[in-house]
Design a protein around this ligand. Sequence first.
Ligand SMILES: Nc1ncnc2c1ncn2[C@@H]1O[C@H](COP(=O)(O)OP(=O)(O)OP(=O)(O)O)[C@@H](O)[C@H]1O
Ligand SMILES: Nc1ncnc2c1ncn2[C@@H]1O[C@H](COP(=O)(O)O)[C@@H](O)[C@H]1O
Length: 184
Amino acid sequence: MTRLIFLGPPGAGKGTQAITLAEFLRIPHISTGDILRQAIKDQTPLGVKAQSYMDGGELVPDQLVQDLVEERLNQPDTKTGWILDGFPRKVTQAAFLAELLQKIGQGGERVVNLDAPDDVVITRLLGRGRKDDNEEVIRRRLEVYREETAPLIDYYRDRQKLLTVNGNQSQAEVTDSLKNLIAA
Ligand SMILES: Nc1ncnc2c1ncn2[C@@H]1O[C@H](COP(=O)(O)OP(=O)(O)OP(=O)(O)O)[C@@H](O)[C@H]1O
Ligand SMILES: Nc1ncnc2c1ncn2[C@@H]1O[C@H](COP(=O)(O)O)[C@@H](O)[C@H]1O
């Protein structure tokens, strides 16, 4: 049973690696960003509420993402494990998740901190070209990462859940590192 949380700055390669590893392990890849982008595309009430935050590189309010994560983790396919990508992104969300996992009996999660330097992630994101991948919004997302998300590294280290992988390698090398780490 594998339950993994992917942490790391925008552009570190969380989505890329989560897709590969989830397929390898045959478990769902749950990306809050993907779910929110789909909601925007479908113009659901969630999408309408989330759009302006996402366009500006700000975090969507906790209640919205927490509700969607709770709903998603209650679906039957999560019984075999999961990879959470993009959640939690704040200490408040991490505390919510800890309580939720206890409530639904899905503990034993490990956290992978995938890191890469700013110049590398900026170049990658400019090349990816998503709507929020322009220079101004990337800068804001990196600030938000440093202020709100990076404290989760210590949060999970203190709880003995943290694993670290160098995201500044080729995609295949990162995948190998991840496979070795979770097998250990
Ligand atoms: N190891 C790598 N080497 C070079 N490019 C990479 C690597 N991993 C991912 N990329 C590319 O970098 C870009 C960002 O990757 P990805 O979307 O996986 O990052 P992310 O951490 O999920 O970012 P975000 O948090 O912004 O969604 C993509 O265009 C991807 O193809
Ligand atoms: N956990 C989250 N909390 C708040 N806002 C979130 C969260 N996950 C995603 N978002 C919003 O979506 C965009 C894109 O997310 P990616 O993980 O980069 O796909 C992010 O900037 C937030 O606005």
